[in-house]
Design a protein around this ligand. Structure first.
Ligand code: AMP
Ligand code: MG
Length: 324
């Protein structure tokens, strides 16, 4: 079975093609970049997706060596995400499925991040640290669903890093630039905000901006914001492992690219005699291949067709009958 998956929740319009052995045959994308000094403008991102989607489809088919006639299933990101972006993806998926008479199903973007990670790592029952632009969740399987054991209470960790970087004059995406600057910085005191199992990032961004105004070197702020954000995440992840009695940590989402975050989680997992894995970069940020793979296993386990979007669809609202 060949499945074509469409990702369009935020900045990325992606199309991935996979087969039922979990082989990724194509994973193409086009990424919307906001104007200098701006964050994502949802309507503009939607327009970007509309303008680039035909080209991304052409490239994905070319790369996979397949034609539309070879595709058995179309899947798309049904949510969560920015409504104008979700609609552009769903519309495109619906038209492709209709024109070619192929079944269509919508999948949850966060669950797709988990499933592609289970595929690449081989982990059966991990605690997943899902850190992206808009999402920050510590997730694990329990009683028929992926449950969220901890999450951000305000903005996602990637957006928090990007927002801090933008306010001090760095270009989008700012977080990788913060990672580079952090290498030359030293520790300065910042708030540390963990409440139970949940995390809050926005007050720490404000504290950094206040220190920036009073002349603190940028390198020190970059180093310290990373140390404090990633320590908070590591603390909550360790508590989830301990309470659940699990020993595998799987890191995914765009922020998973950060080497310092990988190092901290790896060290914590090893100290507990557990295992750590990070999803490869081309599959950890938003991408179409994860939507294809998740859609394929959902379809095989009997998930019904959908033709709508749900911008607030939570990870723990999704039935995952394919997980044993
Ligand atoms: P996603 O929404 O999963 O595609 O992830 C995008 C987010 O990942 C953006 O906020 C980026 O700034 C962030 N990101 C990308 N590379 C890095 C990095 N090296 N360190 C931290 N965050 C990163
Ligand atoms: Mg994502």
């Amino acid at each position: 079975m060949i499945c074509l998956g469409i990702e369009s929740t935020a900045h990325t319009f992606g199309i991935g093609i996979c087969d039922d052995k979990g082989r990724i045959l194509a994973n193409e994308r086009s990424v919307y970049k906001p104007k200098k000094g701006w964050g994502i403008v949802p309507m503009e991102a939607g327009k970007h997706h509309e303008e680039t989607r035909d080209g991304v489809l052409r490239k994905a088919l070319e790369k996979s060596g397949k034609r539309m006639e070879d595709v058995d299933l179309i899947t798309y990101s049904r949510g969560p995400g920015l409504p104008p972006c979700l609609y552009k993806g769903m519309e495109f998926a619906k038209n492709l499925a209709g024109e070619n008479k192929i079944p269509l199903i919508g999948v949850n973007h966060c669950v797709a991040h988990i499933e592609i990670g289970r595929l690449t790592s081989g982990f059966k029952d991990p605690v997943v640290v899902y850190v992206s632009g808009g999402n920050t969740q510590i997730i694990s399987f329990s009683e028929s669903r992926y449950r969220v054991f901890g999450e951000c209470m305000d903005i996602g960790i990637g957006n928090a890093l990007d927002k801090f970087g933008r306010s001090v004059g760095l270009d989008f995406p700012q977080a990788p630039k913060i990672e580079q600057l952090a290498k030359k910085g030293k520790w300065i005191d910042l708030p540390y905000v963990v409440k139970g199992m949940d995390l809050s990032f926005s007050g720490i961004v404000t504290a950094c901006l206040n220190k920036h105004k009073s002349g603190e070197p940028l390198e020190n702020l970059c180093y310290s914001i990373q140390e404090v954000f990633f320590s908070m995440l590591t603390e909550v992840t360790e508590r989830a492992l301990a309470h659940l009695g699990k020993d595998q940590v799987l890191l995914t989402g765009g922020v998973a690219a950060n080497l310092r975050l990988q190092e901290m989680l790896n060290k914590m997992a090893k100290e507990r005699k557990g295992k750590f894995a990070v999803v490869p970069r081309e599959l950890s940020g938003d991408n179409g291949a994860m939507i294809a793979w998740n859609g394929l296993i959902a379809h095989k386990s009997g998930q019904k067709s959908s033709r709508d979007v749900d911008s607030r669809w939570r990870t723990d609202d999704v039935d995952v009958p394919w997980v044993k």
